[in-house]
Write a protein that binds this ligand. Structure first.
Ligand code: NAP
Length: 361
């Protein structure tokens, strides 16, 4: 049997998704090599403080030890052989100097500023797989190349484990015309809305979502609606509407004057919003859902009271996306299912890597 073709992986970000991805990679490595003749081989791991690299491929043992360190909330800096953190761009240059070909850069961070590294990777002929939405949601001038390159994949950025991006690509690539996209795109806000629907006051629902780890440490990162707006922007750009973030109107779930508070002050002041939410929901029929509605000219992400719409059936962290198109006119093409979770998100990242790797064989 011929040796499988080795595809080097540079993995930036070893948090929840990055770790789950590494575990799935180890589990599936042999089977995928046998089935497709491709071996996905991690050559570099990076967190915010340190880097672990070996151009020949990190051993399964080293990868497992690094992931175990991170589960314990520690830094890769403590791993044997780790170096002080290289910026992602430097890591890509290291790979080029080491003569690595057909590598894939996997961005499982949630940080700004990855664009130069990703652009350099593409210039070197490498692939790019993103769970990080930010490079796709910056100004169109910089992001356009990521949408147009056949070597960039980003299934995990919207709908976590739902095949939202692949479905939209299929519609666009087969010549369908997208008229409108609508959906509930946040698992965190879905959970919050379910609790509001059950009659819980807003402040308690936010507190519960936070204590379960569903929100970011500062819940305003979710409640601001910006994460949903970025997802809506990614869908709109992929649909062929190259808009900017400003064309999506975002209605946050808290008033502007609470933006400057510390996290503790914000949490302490949340109960003063309870009566407004109760009044809003009492005045309108239906159940609360935080929805994105996008068309060719722009979009809105906001809390809505829905009755008849499919989104009314969602529970907990479920997501839903509906594409109304020329072909799917009367009945939109709809995806519905779990919209959060590191396992399903990591599987989307793995599938993107495999698709890119197979395209190079
Ligand atoms: N969790 C989900 O269900 C889900 C679903 C869909 C999409 N996503 C997306 O997936 C991405 C990762 O999510 P997560 O939950 O895994 O986040 P996370 O647990 O916060 O992990 C982020 C990782 O990125 C590292 N990092 C931050 N800045 C870096 C830098 N400049 N260079 C190298 N590494 C850096 C962090 O390092 P330290 O460990 O040193 O802090 C950490 O390891 C996010 O963009 C998120 O929006 C997540």
């Amino acid at each position: 049997m011929t040796e499988p073709r080795r595809i080097p992986l540079i993995i930036v970000g070893v948090g929840n998704v990055g770790r789950a991805f590494l575990a799935q990679l180890t589990q599936t490595r042999d089977a995928l090599a046998q089935r497709y003749g491709v071996e996905l081989s991690p050559v570099a791991l990076a967190d915010s403080r340190a880097t672990l690299c070996d151009a020949e491929g990190l051993s399964a043992q080293a990868v497992r030890a690094a992931a175990d360190l991170k589960v314990g909330g520690r830094s890769l800096a403590e791993a044997p052989g780790a170096q002080p953190g290289l910026a992602a761009r430097e890591l890509v240059e290291w790979a080029a100097r080491a003569g690595l070909e057909r590598a894939i850069v996997v961005d499982t961070t949630a940080t700004d500023g990855m664009e130069p590294a990703l652009q350099r990777a593409l210039a070197l002929g490498y692939g790019v797989v993103l769970a990080n939405k930010r490079p796709l949601a910056g100004p169109w001038e910089g992001a356009q190349g990521f949408f147009e390159s056949p070597r960039v994949r980003f299934e995990a950025t919207v709908g976590a484990g739902l095949p939202v991006i692949n479905t939209l690509r299929y519609l666009v690539d087969t010549g369908d015309e997208i008229a409108r996209i609508e959906g509930a795109l946040s698992g965190t806000l879905g959970y919050l809305c379910s609790r509001l629907e059950d009659g819980e006051p807003f402040s308690l629902a936010v507190g519960m979502a936070r204590s379960k780890g569903y929100t970011e440490p500062d819940p305003r990162d979710d409640l601001s609606g910006m994460d949903v707006a970025r997802k809506a922007l990614i869908l709109s750009r992929l649909a062929g509407w190259p808009m900017e973030l400003e064309q999506i109107r975002v209605e946050p779930l808290y008033p502007g004057e609470m933006a400057a508070l510390s996290v503790d002050e914000f949490m302490a002041q949340l109960p003063r919003l309870d009566s407004d939410f109760a009044a809003y929901m009492g005045a309108l029929a239906g159940v609360p859902r935080y929805l994105a509605e996008i068309g060719p000219q722009g979009g809105v992400v906001a809390l809505r009271m829905v009755g008849e719409r499919l989104a009314a059936q969602l529970r907990g962290t479920q997501n839903q996306v509906s594409f109304s198109t020329r072909r799917y006119d009367e009945h939109p093409l709809t995806l519905l299912g779990p919209g959060a979770g590191m396992e399903i998100t990591a599987a989307a990242v793995l599938q993107d890597c495999m698709q890119l790797a197979r395209a190079c064989t």
